[in-house]
Design a protein around this ligand. Sequence first.
Ligand SMILES: [Fe+2]
Length: 434
Amino acid sequence: MQSVPEDQDLDYEYGTDLRPGTPRREVPILDLNDLHSADPETQAAALAELDRGFRRFGVVYVKNSGLTSEDLEDFYRVFLAFTDLPREVKEKVSGSDVWFQRGWMPPSTERSGGTAKHMEAYFAATSDADPRTQAMFPQIQAPNRWPDGWPRSDELREKQLAISRALQRVAVMLLRGVALRLGLPPFALETLAYGGPHVTQSTRHLPIPAPSGEEQAVWCEEHTDYNMLSIIPGARFFQPGEIKEFCPPPLDGGILPPAGLYHRGRPSQRHPEGEMLRGKPPEGCISAQVGQSLEVLTGGRYLATPFMIKAITGYERCSVQHFCHVRLTETLFPLPELADDAAVRTYSPPVLAGTYSTMNLVDIGLAPSTALGLEGRSDNRAHSTKNAHAVPEKWSETPCPEIAEIEVQRRGTTGTVPQLRATAKASSAAAAAR
Ligand SMILES: [Fe+2]
């Protein structure tokens, strides 16, 4: 991975960490209004900030997102009230049949870095897909579902959808900015997102036992997201049973780093592995970070952001993540304007966004491994005529290169997409030789 010259770091030496005296490099703060200002100089400055943030950190903080802290906390309270319902009530709206892309996801279902996450969640799409898209991708593009008969169901639906739409708007505005900055046709990226399976995940991280060794416990191991952009409006902490009272991120006596979101910046000479930075947007701002799909489309101009969530005993945490995706029928490959020889070599072969999504949902434990063989169903004529001889009899028993690739990702997703692919190719070649 190309490292950033040290002198380029200097611009980011402002802000301080919670622990006094600790210098902190802070990601650029971007005013969404400036990004689309009619004044060319204001817009150019904002586009430069967006570029530096995504290039150096994989993250920008967004001001004037349209989502207030009060709206977010109001939503958290109704979401947490839902999660307090008995399990049998929540199971009625479980998303197990749609790979947990809609409705309730029970604790310890999703994995990151090969470890089950100690959390439960609720998934809702920003808007329902058209029937044709639903028929093509019945799990990933399923209609939303809401708890029937729960008195606060309408409130949950209205608030989660309002947040989802606000965050999707931010994602689209940022994609427009990226297209402008990289010299793409003005709407090139948002066109690819149109009709995509954008989904908002509300999460309750559950209390963890006290760590036994020196290692700090995590709610989420380090990984990268596979979508285009993840928009993260800011978590809240609370003590178990006290879901109406949020508190600042607990400091644990200053012994361990504060709990919460951390992201790894791009390697520099001083930090060859990339510096782990605390993700803490200033008051009134929200975070936006780069996912694998945007990395591929930009030919690696922006790299997917590795991030993790450190935990603390004695507290719970709630958060929202909005995932803005490429439309599932599009091909994931560097856009023509950015597809120089190196990008083509690095991100080949092209892959269908729907296949890439399925692979990743299998990898994080939401879709069953048999999902990777869906195109081999006996009733799928397209597959039976074109690729019949290429389909292993039992997908679950026959490793394919794609599965090898996601196995590599599961072990450690701190590498770039091309690094992961290269390692996957090597491991599948080794498997074939055995
Ligand atoms: Fe993630």
